[in-house]
Structures are given as structure tokens and as C-alpha cells.
Write a protein that binds this ligand. Structure first.
Ligand SMILES: Nc1ncnc2c1ncn2[C@@H]1O[C@H](COP(=O)(O)OP(=O)(O)OP(=O)(O)O)[C@@H](O)[C@H]1O
Length: 342
């Protein structure tokens, strides 16, 4: 495993929900990402950046700007489609899934990329300069302070997240490329709210807060000081734990397609969604997908009712029907009563 000077994921003290939500999205990138909300200085950005070291290897089409998946002909960019049509096969290279950062100050052009209209008129062919969404395809797209993102950029993200493609249109010329990514957002709610449409796109949400246990706070200080004093030595201390977790993630990814769930548990999820008055059906689906992923991470091929309970904590709170400007509050008593009926 290659190490860069990034604080190791496994050295983060506590914050188990945040760590688990991130891991689940690596195991199953179709979960819909995670929104991490919490006060300043609670290891939110440290955890997301640290995820990079745990990300699995993948195959991409060689030299493709969008790292197209050679095994998925339906998701190829235009260039890879042409190349496949003329050569009958694509040249493959090994790559690693990455964390791509979208700075909150990024312009719309920087995010979607730019189309050179003059070039297109002069030469009759499109010239596209890829943006952040191109880098993000098949990777993790991380937006720190996502609640402060410009409205135009939010619109672009919503479109890409819904369609799985980035479409750039300038003066009648258009360019489309695949843009499927795991969206990870962090925010401090004290600095403003997030748009409801964007909130709804997140598969999972977690709330983090600072440690209240003095011993754990001391451990946070000690680890940070040790890391800053000698990053290489610190990384070495955690290397084995990092490798074990990375391996566990790979195994869970392999196991995931074989995990099944009984109809009884589907009914339980439907009842929870009705009892909690969630909006629409996205919530039910998100709970089930999360429960399937939790089972895979635990090395099981069947979902249990405790997977459902744990999944509900991640997938429901941000989907509760609420009045404008009101936080969704999950009424656990209603959920527990339904588990009691099981
Ligand atoms: N639970 C923790 N374990 C290890 N280090 C921690 C923990 N919580 C905070 N830290 C340390 O505190 C510092 C602040 O963390 P970080 O920058 O990730 O905060 P944040 O939640 O992203 O907040 P902000 O939005 O202010 O950046 C970092 O040096 C980080 O290593």
C-alpha cells in the first residue's frame, strides 16, 4: 500500500458513525454518498481525506480522461465508444479510486469543464477541457463546506448526480461524458443550511460532535502531536490496521452482490417509513441498500433486523418530512415499537 503524508483513517479517535458511513460508500458506491454535519474541528475533513488510503484498485481505459470502466460498455465516453467500435477492444490500465476535492470557491466552468467554441467552429470538431466532474467519475467527490456552495454549482451537481453524466452546452455545441461519483459533503450547520434538493440526494447522513470524554480528548491530542512530529513513523504504527481495513473493504465489495434480504424485513422497512412519515420512497430504498452493505461489511450474506435498525440511523434522519427551516428529527420510539413487533 502506498502511503502519503495523510493522517491515517484508523488513527481517528471515535467518530464511529462517520467512519462507518464513509466505509459503506466505498463498499457500495451506489449508496448515494454521505453528508457529514458537525461543529468545527471534529475530524470531518481529516476522515474524508484519510479515506484515500483505503480505496480499492480499479481498472480504467488507458489514457481516458474520464477513467471509463472497460467492463461497462453503457457508461463509456464518446472517445472510448469510438475506440471500441474501431478496435473491437479497449486497452486497460490499473488505477486506484481517488478522493477528488471540489473547492467551495470553484467556478461552474472549473466544475463542468470548458468547450472551446472557436476551435469547434474552425476545425469542425469538439475540444473539451475536462473539469472536476471528469476527475470525479468513478471516484469520491468531496465538497467541504457544501452548504456554502454557489447555487449554479449545486444545480450542476444535482444534474450530474441524478443522470450520472455531465452535459456541457455552449452556443449550440454540446459535450457529454460519464460522471458517476460518490458525493461526500461536510458542513458546519452553524454556518448555514444546505439546499433541501441537495440534502435529499445524499444516501446517508451523520452528525459528529467533539468528544466529551477527557481521556479520548487527550488521545486526540497525543495522536495529532505524534503525527506532526514524525508522520512516517506515525503512518508505520497504523500500517497494519490500515491494510486490514482496506482488505476488509475489498472482501465486502466481493461479498456484496451475494447478500440477500427476506421479504419480512422489506415489510419492516416499509412500516418504518410509513410510521416516520418520510417523503417518497427513496428513504426505504436507501435503508435497504445500507442494510445490505452493512451485512457485507460484517462478512454476512443475509441481512438481519439489527442491520435494518443501524441502516435507519444513517439513511432516515435527513429524509424526515419537515416544515421549512426545521431539522428532521427521528422519533426512535416509533421505530423501536416496530422492531418490538418483529
Ligand atoms: N477524533 C479525532 N481523532 C483524531 N484527530 C482528531 C479528531 N478530532 C479532531 N482531530 C484533529 O483536529 C484537527 C481538526 O480536524 P479537521 O480539520 O478534520 O476538522 P473538521 O471537522 O474538518 O473541521 P473544520 O471544518 O474546522 O476544518 C485535525 O488536526 C485532526 O487531526
Amino acid at each position: 500500500m502506498r502511503h502519503s503524508a495523510i493522517y491515517p483513517f484508523t488513527a481517528i479517535v471515535g467518530q464511529e458513525d462517520m467512519k462507518l458511513a464513509l466505509i459503506l460508500n466505498v463498499i457500495n458506491p451506489s449508496l448515494g454518498g454521505v453528508l457529514i454535519k458537525g461543529e468545527k474541528g471534529t475530524a470531518k475533513s481529516t476522515a474524508v481525506r484519510a479515506l484515500a488510503d483505503l480505496l480499492p484498485a480499479m481498472e480504467t481505459v488507458k489514457d481516458c480522461k474520464f477513467h471509463c470502466d472497460p467492463q461497462d460498455n453503457n457508461q463509456l465516453c464518446g472517445i472510448c465508444q469510438e475506440s471500441l467500435a474501431s478496435h473491437k477492444q479497449l486497452v486497460v490500465q490499473a488505477a486506484k479510486m481517488r478522493v477528488v476535492e471540489l473547492p467551495v470557491s470553484a467556478t461552474e466552468d472549473r466544475v463542468v469543464g470548458t468547450l472551446d467554441i472557436e476551435y469547434a467552429i474552425k476545425h469542425g470538431e469538439k475540444k473539451f477541457e475536462p473539469g472536476i466532474l471528469a476527475q470525479a467519475n468513478r471516484n469520491i467527490l468531496y465538497v467541504d463546506e457544501i452548504n456554502l456552495l454557489d447555487d449554479h454549482v449545486v444545480d450542476v451537481l444535482l444534474d450530474a448526480a441524478a443522470m450520472g453524466v455531465n452535459r456541457v452546452e455552449r452556443e449550440g455545441v454540446s459535450y457529454v461524458h460519464p460522471a458517476r461519483f460518490v458525493l461526500v459533503g461536510t458542513m458546519n450547520p452553524e454556518e448555514g443550511d444546505i439546499r433541501p434538493q441537495l440534502l435529499d440526494r445524499f444516501g446517508l447522513s451523520v452528525i459528529v460532535s467533539g468528544e466529551h470524554d477527557p481521556d479520548k480528548r487527550v488521545e486526540v491530542i497525543k495522536r495529532r502531536l505524534a503525527y506532526e512530529a514524525n508522520p512516517d513513523k506515525f503512518l508505520q504504527l497504523y500500517q497494519e490496521e490500515q491494510e486490514t481495513l482496506a482488505q476488509q473493504i475489498i472482501q465486502a465489495r466481493q461479498l456484496f452482490p451475494t447478500v440477500s434480504i427476506e421479504d419480512e424485513l422489506l415489510t419492516l422497512v416499509a412500516k418504518i417509513a410509513i410510521a416516520l412519515e418520510v417523503d417518497g420512497h427513496r428513504a426505504d430504498i436507501a435503508v435497504i441498500k445500507t442494510a445490505l452493505t452493512l451485512a457485507a461489511f460484517a462478512g454476512r450474506i443475509t441481512v438481519t433486523s439489527s442491520d435494518i435498525q443501524e441502516a435507519a440511523r444513517f439513511a432516515l434522519p435527513h429524509r424526515m418530512r419537515r416544515r421549512p427551516f426545521e431539522e428532521g428529527i427521528l422519533d426512535w420510539k416509533k421505530v423501536e415499537a416496530l422492531f418490538g413487533d418483529q
